[in-house]
Design a protein around this ligand. Sequence first.
Ligand SMILES: Nc1ncnc2c1ncn2[C@@H]1O[C@H](COP(=O)(O)OP(=O)(O)OP(=O)(O)O)[C@@H](O)[C@H]1O
Length: 834
Amino acid sequence: MAAKKKKGQLSLRFSDDERIPKLAGVLLLFLALYLFIAFTSYLFTWHIDQDRVLRFSWELLLDSRFEMANWLGRLGAILSNFFFYYLFGLPSFLLVYLFALVGSALIRRIPVYRFTSRIRYTVILMFFLSLIFEFLFGTFGFPWGGAIGDNVNLWLFRFVGTAGQVVLFGSIAFGLVVWRFNPNFDQLSFGQAMQEVYYYFEALIQGKVFRRAKPADLREAQSKLRPGPKSQSRINTSGSGEQDIDEEFEGELPDVAIPALPADLKQGGQLAFDLNRAKNRPPVANSPGDLELEMGITEPEERLPIIENAPDLNMQPLDLAQEENPDHSEPYDPTLELSSYEHPVLALLNDYSDQKVEIDREELEANKDQIIETLLHYKIEITKIRATIGPTVTLYEIIPAPGVRISRIKNLEDDIALSLSALGIRIIAPIPGKGTIGIEVPNKKKQIVSMKEVLMHEKFKKAKMDLPIALGKTISNEVFVADLAKMPHLLVAGATGQGKSVGINTILVSLLYKKHPSQVKLVLIDPKKVELFPYSKLDNHFLAFLPNQDEPIITDTTKVIHTLNSLCMEMDNRYDLLKKASARNIREYNDKFVQRRLSPLKGHKFLPFIVLVIDEFADLIMTAGKEIELPIGRLAQLARAVGIHLVIATQRPSVNIITGVIKANFPARIGYKVTSKIDSRTILDAGGAEQLIGRGDMLLSVGGEMIRLQGAFIDTPEVENVIDFITKQQGYPEPYFLPEYYGDDEPPGKTDLKYTDLDEMFEDSARLIVQSQHGSTSMIQRRLKLGYNRAGRIMDQLEAMGIVGPSEGSKAREVLIYDEGELERFLADVRTRK
Ligand SMILES: Nc1ncnc2c1ncn2[C@@H]1O[C@H](COP(=O)(O)OP(=O)(O)OP(=O)(O)O)[C@@H](O)[C@H]1O
């Protein structure tokens, strides 16, 4: 008895010992390496060794008189010949892969059964390839498909003949592809195929060959699409462009005032008019009459930082989410359900390159002279003036002489504007973080910043953000990419016709270019019913809305109220999930889910980010007031941690629209041109937006910092191209449904839901729940083979109909109907409620 117990204990300890599988893994890895070397060597030495090793004998293996050419000696020669000649031929290499796969799984403690399907595919592939190789190359001496390939081929040849073999192998290959990759043929159409060919050739003609980009490929594809260094302007937005200028001019600065600028000087980049002629000469600013101007080209200076580097507005540190996967299982891939989804390609967008205008050198110098003259007129001396040329405005940055008060310059804003006779002069005194004063002067000819150039820029391509949005370019011509998730909500306002709708399109298109449908969902509200209409086609890819909604884009005020409240419910549900998972924010939660540390059986699921966009929010506030404002305020206050972010836009920036509640909760705001300083203050808490020049010129205020940007331009046909590109691909079987919301005045209850409102599977689910007396969503999901969202919706309906009780966290709900007879009577009654 004692001995038995001991033995039991021993075996328990033995099976618990994690070193055993690790040692087995090491052995397999060693075997894989050994076979790999032996097999590789066999490719070069088989003809030398084959005669001797064809017939195995122990003597051959053990007698040291036999010398083999194989790099691994006699054992290597015998083993590789065995696998190549007697078994599978060249595909024997797949065995190396299998041993390595299983070996590495064992040492990483990943259960081998997770790889069952991969192992199965590999073994089948090995058989199949040995058949094919032998069929194709069987007449050569090398054992391409080994004895297995040879014998099966011989049998097949006698059975179906050569033509039959070709057909059979073709069908098997096709069948294997279907089995392994389950490609979608539903949407295979001649038109789509032609369009793909067209995109390819269009790019080919432009010398921009690329593959249809997957996220990782996008970088490569875009770098190919970027113009080569030769086509870059000498003075350019990019770092390399500015470098060019430096090299061009260094050491050549003549001693005369204002040397000639290069003839092909284009917009972008930074020029400095240094009022200290020589570095070793003391400043001469105190004697204005004596000023000699010298133009130097300076290194591009760090301007207002992009949001990418801005401090994390999210209070919760994110790096804590990077914990190790405890059971070392293969991570969950949320994109798997639409694994063949391809991100839109850049060829769908327009270049607007013909719109690029050269800056007028004389305009630059004239403005500079005017500024200096005007300032001198008011006895303001300066030591240095520098110009940074942007797409729509040029920033003249001046360093006043010591002792000059900044407020004096600020007060002269109007005089300087008058003397430069240009609209929209904005004076920034001082530029935050620098001792300089900025004077922004609009360029006579403005440059369109295309969405395409912004999306193809490294900053966007490399952006590792949750919700990257490419807004446009700063006035120093730097591409500006921000993370909406960190903003964490955005208020967009500006007078009509100044670029707001284009701006919303750039935000949405940025997300469509960068994100997989599993990662982000859009809730689109458009009371004007026009601007966001094209996006309605994305319902099964990127949209989220209420279950009984006919139109994917929400236009009706009552539906908007329901949607906002439903989003609040979604937020609460997500908080529950986060709490159960001990995660502090969506990133931590999703990281845990991806690492398979949260079980779907307990209700956990991968949470996509949700972006709510309201285009024209004034009408809603005017008609529904608090009913709109309160849920927006609640979402804005609380929703960022669970990945719900808002973008709300209005063309009426008055205080009764942009109320205190809204303002307090939207730290990031974009102001397009407005008609008055008061409007500017309403939006940005500061003046300035009234001095913008329209057509996408904007001020972004975030975290107390103000950045002037030229918005990227994207036209409606381009937006439609992108949407069509996505909708032609397979989407999810259904949209992402938000939780059902019934409204306060129509509380969920027996009398409210009509039979027609109920899900088709409602009755079956009710029977299942009553039969099993177990109120669990995951059971409905599993037994009736329904998606998680749909099962959840049915459970809500069961609750509303009084069949189950309310949710009790991770526990099953109470079932309120006890026997099937009672249920059938109840259902018959419900059926009559049409
Ligand atoms: N970033 C931009 N670059 C160049 N032009 C632009 C840009 N944004 C807008 N425009 C020009 O301004 C016009 C009006 O833009 P948009 O429709 O976005 O204005 P809006 O503020 O949405 O107007 P509304 O409120 O009436 O809808 C566009 O048709 C376009 O010609």
